[in-house]
Design a protein around this ligand. Structure first.
Ligand code: KG4
Ligand code: ZN
Length: 340
């Protein structure tokens, strides 16, 4: 079974080809440089860029996989959640292709794709659903921060989420306050590697609350007040590194403590983490050591499948197809607020 998958929920245009659970190609065209100028994603610009890149990116994915459209068995695309105009571009392109080829169309939940992305092996890239085990899963991206109880393959329920800003948003917005370009997460990660995480004390929001919810808006505000009181600090090289390390430590401490606590309380043996922020070096190291101390197995999404990509859309669509799930009408509309 060979499937083409398209992802356009935010600012990456992605296309991937999956055959029998193996990834044959995975092409991503990023718009980051375009949005950096505005300090965040501009939806109208994102949609226009998707329209410009969808056909070349899809052609490249098919070429790299050695496929022709006629040889496809199905077409999948992200249906939500995401930016409405961005979703529309990818979903309607995929549906038009499925319609013209008279092949089934599968609508994919973007967060569900992140959720199961830790079950993609990187080398050679392929689905590892055969090894699936129930887990407590952290999804941390630019738009979402969720803790999810995964009881079976494609059976999950949200335990908690952020009450305000997502973890990635906190990285990006505090980075903007420090004068870093959008998206600031990767740059904070790099600068923090040479900084002292205990140099400055920032709040660990909701760390001690016995629920699975998060809140990062207060941390962002406390960084803003701190910078107002110390206006020169971010101009000094070591000062900036220490600041990045201290902010990162506050975010990571909360994510790690609440994830591991949820797994222990619910008696789960496995923890997974995915989404763009799961690329963060400190988060990966701290989760690994906390899980080891608590006797939990950890599955981290490979970095190349953590930020938005069509491989995770295709692998999930193929897995669900095998289970008789996910097929939708070629007229199915986008669902920008689709809850997990
Ligand atoms: O999953 P993703 O590509 O898009 C969404 O679905 O939102 O995540 C993007 C987010 C951005 O906020 C970006 O700053 C963050 O992931 N990010 C990181 C790192 N790499 C990407 N945050 C911290 N450290 C990183 N290394
Ligand atoms: Zn995402």
């Amino acid at each position: 079974m060979t499937l083409l998958a398209i992802e356009t929920s935010c600012d990456e245009t992605g296309a991937a080809v999956v055959r029998d659970g193996c990834l044959l190609s995975n092409v991503v065209s990023s718009q980051t440089a375009i949005h950096a100028e505005y300090g965040g994603v501009v939806p109208e610009l994102a949609a226009r860029e998707h329209l410009r890149h969808l056909i070349p990116v899809t052609r490249q994915a098919l070429r790299e996989a050695g496929m022709t459209p006629a040889a496809l068995d199905a077409v999948a695309a992200t249906r939500g959640p995401g930016l409405p105009s961005a979703l529309l571009a990818g979903l309607k392109t995929a549906q038009a292709l499925a319609f013209s080829l008279r092949k089934p169309f599968l609508g994919v939940h973007h967060l569900e794709a992140h959720l199961y992305s830790p079950w993609i092996l990187p080398d050679p890239p392929r689905s590892d659903f055969a090894q699936f085990e129930p887990s407590v899963s952290l999804i941390v991206s630019g738009g979402h921060t969720l803790l999810v109880l995964v009881e079976g393959l494609f059976q999950h329920r949200v335990l908690g989420s952020t009450l305000d800003d997502a973890a990635g948003e906190c990285f990006d917005k505090t980075g903007k306050l420090m004068g870093l370009a959008y998206p600031a997460g990767p740059e904070i990660d790099r600068l923090a590697a040479e900084g002292n995480p205990t140099a400055f004390q920032f709040p660990r929001p909701m760390l001690h609350e016995p629920n699975c919810d998060f809140s990062f808006a207060g941390l962002k505000t406390s960084v803003r007040y701190f910078l107002e009181k110390n206006p020169k600090l971010a101009d000094d090289r070591q000062g900036l590194r220490d600041l990045c390390a201290s902010i990162q430590a506050a975010i990571v401490d909360v994510l790690v403590a609440k994830t591991v606590r949820a797994a222990r309380r619910l008696g789960r043996r496995c923890v997974t983490a995915s989404g763009g922020v799961a690329c963060n070096g400190a988060l990966r190291r701290q989760l690994a050591s906390a899980c080891q101390q608590s006797g939990l197995r950890l599955r981290l999404a490979d970095r190349k499948f953590s930020t938005d990509n069509a491989a995770m859309i295709g692998i999930l669509a193929a897995g669900k197809w095998k289970a008789g799930l996910g097929e939708m009408s070629v007229d199915a509309d986008i669902d920008p607020g689709w809850a997990l």
